[in-house]
Design a protein around this ligand. Structure first.
Ligand code: XBP
Ligand code: MG
Length: 260
């Protein structure tokens, strides 16, 4: 029996907002503050995004791009401190309004609320970052728009593992056939598909070369009715001239594929 669509599950970084360069800048600010000569360029950061999680990414950097660094005895503690500083810089960038939501995100979230669809967040990033992004883009009460905000270390295995999506659905008492996920990266879609979720992708400059072969639809962004709406991959007959990614199109996509 075909299940009705009941909930939308959103990734954060690269999906709700183009945040990864903000993260990169915040990392570099934390490194400078700690007196480290580490400097993550856009090109290097693109490679480091192979690993999700800021702490895990710093470890990956040391293992693969800075093996000569003399590691302190308590490397985990050292990285945890660096990450705290980074998070402080990142949330400061958000509070200055320097990272807006991506095109169409606010419109789709508001439409979903109006139509009574349930919403959740499933992200690798630190909970404080989600709170800051929502507060400084949609307002202080916008956290309550989401029934569940599954973030950071709440699950042991980060994306591409499906854990964060399974955790969110479990909290909402839903199965994948009742939800659609929104992602931006290969690690992200592996996680959502691994949790059985049909997934709509919006690419960004760090992820447009990633493999999204099993996505329901791949878009440049969610679009606005008065702006160009670029469909990069997917069944255009289902898009059927839609001016942007609205709930009607999401529903059509859900109806077109019972489950991932
Ligand atoms: C993407 C990530 C995050 C951020 C950094 O998260 O991999 O780790 O790059 O955030 P998403 P933290 O699942 O939302 O795409 O430093 O807080 O981990
Ligand atoms: Mg992402």
């Amino acid at each position: 029996m075909k299940e009705t669509l009941q909930a939308l599950l959103f990734d954060v970084d690269g999906t709700l907002a183009d945040t990864e360069d903000g993260h990169r800048i915040a990392f570099n600010m934390a490194f400078a503050e700690a007196g480290l000569d580490w400097d993550w360029s856009v090109e290097l950061y693109g490679k480091l995004l192979a690993v999700t999680g800021g702490k895990e990414r710093m470890k990956y950097y040391l293992d693969h791009f800075n093996s000569g660094f003399e590691r302190p005895a308590d490397l985990d503690g050292f990285i945890a401190e660096l990450h705290k500083t980074k998070t402080a810089h990142y949330t400061a960038l958000l509070s200055e309004g320097r990272i807006p939501l991506r095109p169409g995100v606010e419109r789709l979230l508001k439409e979903a609320r109006e139509k009574g669809l349930r919403m959740g967040i499933a992200t690798t990033t630190t909970p404080a970052n989600v709170q800051a992004l929502l507060t400084h883009t949609l307002g202080p009460d916008s956290e309550s728009w989401f029934e569940v905000i599954a973030a950071g270390d709440v699950v042991p295995a980060k994306k591409p593992a499906p854990d964060i999506y399974l955790w969110a659905m479990n909290k909402m008492g839903l199965g994948p056939e009742q939800c659609i996920a929104f992602e931006d990266s290969e690690n992200g879609i592996k996680s959502s598909l691994g949790a059985g979720l049909r997934t709509i992708v919006t690419v960004n400059d760090y992820t447009r070369e990633h493999d999204f072969s099993d996505a329901l639809l791949v878009l440049e962004n969610m679009g606005e009715p008065d702006q160009d709406f670029a469909v990069l991959q997917g069944d255009k007959s289902i898009v059927n001239g839609a001016a942007c990614l609205d709930l009607e199109l999401v529903q059509r996509l859900a109806d077109s594929s019972p489950q991932a």
